[in-house]
Ligand binder design. Structure first.
Ligand code: 6PG
Length: 241
């Protein structure tokens, strides 16, 4: 596990953009699963506005690690957020965008998307393999849309599951651990003071850390990197700036 800690969110966004340029390189097809929520907004803005010319978007294929079960035009939609902050600003072919259809029946969509991953992604150890999975982490230690109260979904034998937000009851379609941990690389993008307590428990493997889905992110390749701002990293004992 590698920790990359930067002063503020903007610096995280800049450094992650450079990392992505280097990672995606000249690879013919680079398959990325995106995180949702609010953290990626500044990252996508910086990537699109400052670094887009350094990426060959014809080679980039976008997927989502999770999606809310809402219309793609809904303010809650991760796809809508990504269109606003990234896709609308870069020259990526439409055929390279593989959204989870939040408007469909959740169980049907989880099945469809799970099958799509089988078709679109190269296989490693018999499972679809992303080149890069980008993850966020909730204040409660959830990641993608695997929440602590449904942590059993992490070990589902399926590629995708239908999850339920613990407070709102909102349904989500989420990748499961079998796909996330089969990725070549997993990068957490976690910023803000509200995350510091869980970052400490999870990164420093404190007592009870395995209650949190983010603790179960462990790619077989061991290529796991945390992009953090100083606020999110401030309680870490395993890291001192
Ligand atoms: C989602 C995400 C989720 C998110 C965390 C952090 O659909 O909400 O994919 O896993 O990454 O909840 O969200 P923030 O970035 O808004 O704190």
């Amino acid at each position: 596990m590698e920790l990359k800690v930067y002063q503020n969110k903007n610096k995280v966004a800049e450094e992650f953009s450079k990392y992505l340029i280097e990672k995606s390189g000249t690879q013919k097809a680079f398959h990325i699963a995106l995180s949702g929520g609010s953290t990626p907004k500044i990252v996508f803005d910086v990537l699109a506005e400052q670094f887009s010319k350094d990426i060959n978007w014809n080679n980039i294929h976008l997927y989502w690690g999770d999606e809310r079960c809402v219309e793609p035009t809904d303010a809650e939609s991760n796809y809508k957020m990504t269109v606003e902050h990234l896709i609308s600003k870069v020259d990526i072919p439409e055929g390279n965008i593989h959204r989870i259809k939040g408007e469909e029946d959740p169980k049907e969509e989880a099945k469809r998307y799970g099958a799509l991953l089988e078709e679109e992604l190269p296989k490693e150890l018999g499972l679809p393999q992303f080149d890069l999975v980008i993850l966020g982490m909730g204040d409660d230690g959830h990641t993608a849309s695997i929440f602590p109260h449904e942590i059993n979904l992490w070990v589902s034998p399926d590629n995708c599951e239908v999850a339920t937000h613990p407070e709102s009851g909102q349904r989500r379609v989420s990748l499961t651990g079998r796909i996330i941990n089969n990725a070549k690389t997993v990068a957490f993008l976690v910023t803000g003071e509200s995350k510091a307590e869980k970052v400490k428990v999870i990164v420093d493997r404190e007592e009870g850390y395995l209650e949190y889905p983010a603790s179960h992110v462990a790619p077989k390749t061991k290529d796991l990197v945390w992009f953090l701002d100083a606020a999110a990293a401030k309680l870490l004992t395993s890291y001192r700036s």
